[in-house]
Design a protein around this ligand. Structure first.
Ligand code: NAP
Length: 248
């Protein structure tokens, strides 16, 4: 199904996990895909060829989500390469977990910079293009942790809660220009990010999920495809959970 045929999409943090699954699904559905990576250089470079195999245009950019100036340069380079920007997915994210009393300012700042400040910088840089086009779909990756909170993740939860407020504000500000902005809140999705967690904790979580399993990156990618496509043209300002009924 070529749901995204001819659309140009930019996805941050696509060298691994959910971002990689989104890039592959978008290419399969006919979108041209630009994506960023930072540390995983080999995986990032390899992904370009995998995407091109779907017969679409693909390009990887090594770009640090935490750098404000990099966001402006990235959008300029992307529009020079692809001419329009139809879908922006702010997906890049990190965790630096710790209990509050042991959490350093560095742990706080780096999670805020990569997870939240990057969404502000990239959305702002992209907004100028989208406003001229009078169209666009922005999708921000938050988390159920941003809704519910989580012991040991005060920095991560705050960054993800911030994304929700930001998403709603952008939807209100840019709606009149036909620009949509939504957030996706995954529950427990099995990726390298979650593989770092204590396996006993992981089993405990799965047990608490009514569907009794973690989600797949491809399931999140399908939701992104829907929100990026013309099947969701009146959906904006929403936080859509994808969590097997973990948080209702
Ligand atoms: P992951 O497997 O750890 O992948 C994270 C991606 O972000 C990688 O491609 C990584 O690229 C990129 N990234 C990290 N720091 C970056 C930086 N400074 N600049 C550019 N890219 C950077 O994580 P994931 O599980 O796929 O998570 C993706 C998103 O979903 C995150 O925002 C996460 O918070 C959110 N989420 C995940 C879950 C879950 O259960 N997995 C649940 C809720 C929300 P490099 O390695 O190349 O730096």
């Amino acid at each position: 199904m070529k749901l995204l045929a001819g659309k140009n999409a930019l996805i941050t943090g696509a060298s691994r996990g959910i971002g990689r699954a989104i890039a592959l699904r978008f290419a399969e559905m006919g979108a041209n895909v630009g994506f960023t990576y930072f540390s995983s250089v080999e995986q990032g470079e390899a992904l370009v060829k995998e995407l091109e195999a779907f017969g679409i245009k693909a390009k990887g950019y090594r770009s640090d989500a935490a750098e404000g100036a990099a966001a402006e340069a990235l959008i300029q380079q992307f529009t020079a390469d692809f001419s329009t920007l139809d879908i922006l997915i702010n997906n890049a994210g990190i965790t630096k977990d710790g209990l509050l009393l042991r959490m350093s300012e560095e742990q706080w700042d780096s999670v805020m910079n990569v997870n939240l400040k990057s969404v502000f910088n990239l959305t702002k840089a992209a907004a100028k293009i989208l406003m001229k086009q009078k169209s666009g779909s922005i999708i921000n990756m938050t988390s159920v942790v941003g809704i519910k909170g989580n012991a040991g993740q005060a920095n991560y939860a705050a960054s993800k809660a911030g994304i929700i407020g930001f998403t709603k504000s952008v939807a209100l500000e840019l709606g009149s220009r036909n620009i949509r902005c939504n957030a996706i809140a995954p529950g427990f999705i099995e990726t390298e990010m979650t593989a770092k967690l204590d396996q006993k904790v992981v089993e405990g979580w799965k047990d608490g999920i009514p569907m009794k399993r973690g989600g797949k990156p491809e399931e999140v990618a399908d939701l992104c495809a829907f929100l990026g496509s013309d099947m969701s043209t009146y959906i904006s300002g929403q936080v859509i959970q994808i969590d097997g009924a973990m948080l209702t």
